[in-house]
Design a protein around this ligand. Structure first.
Ligand code: IVH
Length: 669
């Protein structure tokens, strides 16, 4: 009995973790199929042992894609999911159940693609799109109308004279392969993490706060479900053909099927033909065509009885594991990589596959030189999903996760509740050092031209730089000594480094390699906190008040600044002239109130940070200087001005002005 309880709890924990990875992080750690298998096992156990049921079990909830920052709307008809099957015989069984449910009559079925994107519900009134809502938790979703308006294939105004006054249409927002490949290429060049598959890219894009960027990425939408009281026809297929006439994209793979044989043939055909389609699919959907029959069959708690999904098997190959290598990333996380005997898998030769983390190695129980199954299930990076234990040599040793960093030898650590092991030697571990520099110079970060991955490595290995702040001390003659450089190209690199001091503050935050702080979060932080001094001093609670910042990000920021070394690097960047505050001139008018004045800032302030005052002085034509001299016009003084400064100011007769007076000076001018 306790064993069963343990199994139930183990399954719940894993499913919760996978749900989080899938819905919140957009980075699934297992295939849909494995997920479904675990969910089915848990459902069965809970049914059999109701005494262990728990209202918080993952079986009682559908995942949610609700995001802070969007308003929410309740679906008029809940957005259910479909029951999944993985074999032709399971589909045939479903047809059998439908026939039974209809009193022995074989209904006309519709076969269609299961497009792999993110589902959307569109509401039209008087032929116009009025609202677009994501699936959310099935009951309530995010209103993403602004972003959906940018999708060119979605009609905003319908054509035709038979359009119901009000109706809802559902479909899938997808990122076609071409757009997906282009987006990932851009991200690769910018040193940003790649999207694992078009589904994550589509849902991530749809949830962006910047609709111009959404428009640029090239989303598309295909529709498969018309709902409402006054639909034009009494069957699904004809309704979809009418919707196509109104202006919606309806896939022409949609086909009427009249027998089990035709269903099986449809599966056989599309199992391979789907690879020719311009967008990702993860299966097929079969639906009863007649709306009257659909009503008769009805719904279970989670899904309609009149429809079923057939999921394609991920393409799989069997090959030999040569060895496992352990690779260190920019943030110190160790990724185990299976190096394989090269094998052909859906058109490409696979030599390496991710083993994700120590837990997965353990779960697979992988041994040296095992024959392993490699899968490419919609994901671009192939993964090892199983081991052929029958082919194992008797004396093969299990693969052990390393205990020390393969690059620097430090003892690895892992945070409670996290799967990833990381090397704590942030400052002495080469791949981390190099990785952070590569990131810092990236196009979307400080945009320093001429330093690619190889140059970053050479600079570190030749001890010319150890961290990003050292870049600003590099001289052209030093760079010119590196292979591939001449004095001219080295000078260009130095110019590029100098030009990076003009890069806006939000990108400086992003460039620092604070774990989990990506491009969007950096922008939100910059807008909310305005300058680095404030950011450095913030508590978790204050940080979490910023849009898109949760406990994990808040903790990462606090950890980052609690390291002496990071604070020192940031200080050195500031001295080098890198922007440590948003440009004040952007939100306050530029004036000449302080033209030609030399001003010293001293002490701590209430209304603005020192960086902001510095920017204000400059925006109004003044000059902020460090030390008090005869030439100083006045001192902008906050609380706790140092005694030596006070004394010096007194001696030289330099006026001391508090912040209220200072702000009034600017206002009055
Ligand atoms: S019908 C009540 N048809 O699959 C049934 N869904 O697991 C409504 N999907 O949330 C769904 N292609 O995001 C339907 N041709 C298709 C589909 C499809 C993809 C997605 C959709 C839905 C999920 C169901």
């Amino acid at each position: 009995m306790t064993e069963i309880k343990q199994r139930i709890e183990g399954l719940r924990d894993s499913l919760n973790a996978h749900n989080h990875a899938y819905y919140v992080l957009n980075a699934p750690t297992i295939s849909d199929r494995e997920f479904d298998m675990m969910m089915k096992e848990l459902e069965a156990l809970e049914r059999e042992y109701p005494e262990f049921d728990d209202p918080y079990s993952p079986t009682h909830r559908v995942g949610s894609d609700l995001t802070k920052g969007f308003t929410q709307a309740r679906h008029i008809y809940p957005m259910l999911s479909l029951a999944n099957t993985y074999s032709v015989s399971e589909v045939d069984d479903w047809v059998g159940r439908v026939v039974d449910g209809l009193g022995g009559e074989m209904p006309v079925l519709v076969g269609e693609m299961k497009f792999d994107g993110t589902s959307i519900s569109l509401i039209y009134e008087h032929g116009r799109l009025v609202r677009a809502v994501t699936r959310g938790d099935g009951e309530v979703g995010d209103v993403v109308t602004d972003n959906v308006l940018t999708i060119k294939s979605i009609p905003l105004q319908l054509r035709g004279d038979d359009i119901p006054e009000r109706f809802e249409i559902r479909g899938e927002i997808v990122l076609p392969w071409k757009a997906f490949d282009r987006l990932n290429l851009e991200r690769e060049q910018a040193g940003e993490p790649l999207f694992a598959n078009p589904r994550n890219a589509a849902s991530g894009t749809l949830k962006m706060q910047n609709s111009a960027e959404v428009a640029r990425r090239g989303l598309d939408a295909v529709f498969y479900y018309l709902i409402g009281d006054n639909l034009p026809c009494d069957n699904h297929y004809d309704n979809m053909m009418v919707a196509r006439r109104w202006g919606f994209k309806v896939s022409d793979t949609m086909t009427l099927l009249h027998s089990i044989a035709e269903v099986d043939e449809y599966i056989t055909h599309w199992d391979t033909a789907r690879r020719e389609l311009p967008m990702a699919t993860d299966g097929l959907v079969f639906k009863v065509n007649s709306l009257r029959m659909q009503r008769n069959l009805g719904f279970t708690a989670k899904s309609p009885r009149w429809a079923i999904a057939y999921k394609f098997a991920a393409e799989r190959a069997l090959t030999r594991l040569e060895f496992v290598s352990f690779e260190v990333g920019r943030t110190g996380v160790i990724t185990p990589v299976a190096n394989l005997d090269p094998v052909l898998l859906s058109g490409t030769i696979v030599k390496r596959a991710s083993l994700h983390n120590a837990d997965i190695i353990e779960r697979l129980d992988i041994h040296d030189h095992d024959m392993v199954y490699v899968e490419k299930g919609g994901e671009i990076i192939p993964k090892i999903t199983g081991v052929d234990t029958a082919a194992r040599k008797a004396d093969a040793m299990p693969v052990r996760f390393v205990k020390t960093c393969p690059a620097c030898g430090a003892t690895l650590e892992r945070d409670p509740g996290e799967a990833a092991w990381f090397c704590p030697n942030k400052w002495g571990c080469r791949p981390q050092q190099i990785g952070r520099i590569e990131h810092y110079v990236g196009r979307r970060m400080m945009n320093i031209d001429g330093i690619g991955d190889e140059t970053a490595r050479l600079l570190v290995e030749n001890r010319m730089i150890a961290d990003v702040a050292d870049l600003y001390n590099l001289r052209a003659e030093q760079i010119a000594r590196l292979p591939g450089f001449a004095i001219k190209s080295a000078e260009r690199v130095v110019d590029g480094i100098r030009a990076s001091t003009e890069v806006p503050f939000e990108r400086v935050i992003y460039a620092l390699s604070i774990p989990y702080v990506g491009e969007t979060v950096s922008k939100k932080i910059a807008r909310a906190v305005k300058n680095m001094d404030t950011l450095r001093a913030m508590t978790a609670e204050q940080l979490e008040a910023i849009e898109d910042v949760g406990p994990r990000i808040a903790e990462a920021i606090i950890n980052f600044f609690s390291a002496e070394k990071n604070r020192e690097i940031v200080d050195r960047l500031a001295s080098a002239g890198v922007k440590m505050a948003v440009d004040v001139s952007v939100d306050s008018p530029i004036g000449d109130a302080l033209a030609g004045k030399s001003i010293v800032i001293s002490g701590t302030f209430n209304h603005h940070s020192r960086d902001e005052y510095k920017a204000m002085i400059e925006a109004h034509g003044g000059k902020n200087v460090g030390a008090i001299s005869k030439k100083t016009d006045f001192i902008l003084a906050g609380a706790n001005m140092g005694p030596s400064k006070l004394e010096k100011a007194g001696k030289l007769g330099i006026p001391i002005i508090d912040e209220d007076t200072f702000l009034a000076m600017l206002d009055n001018h």
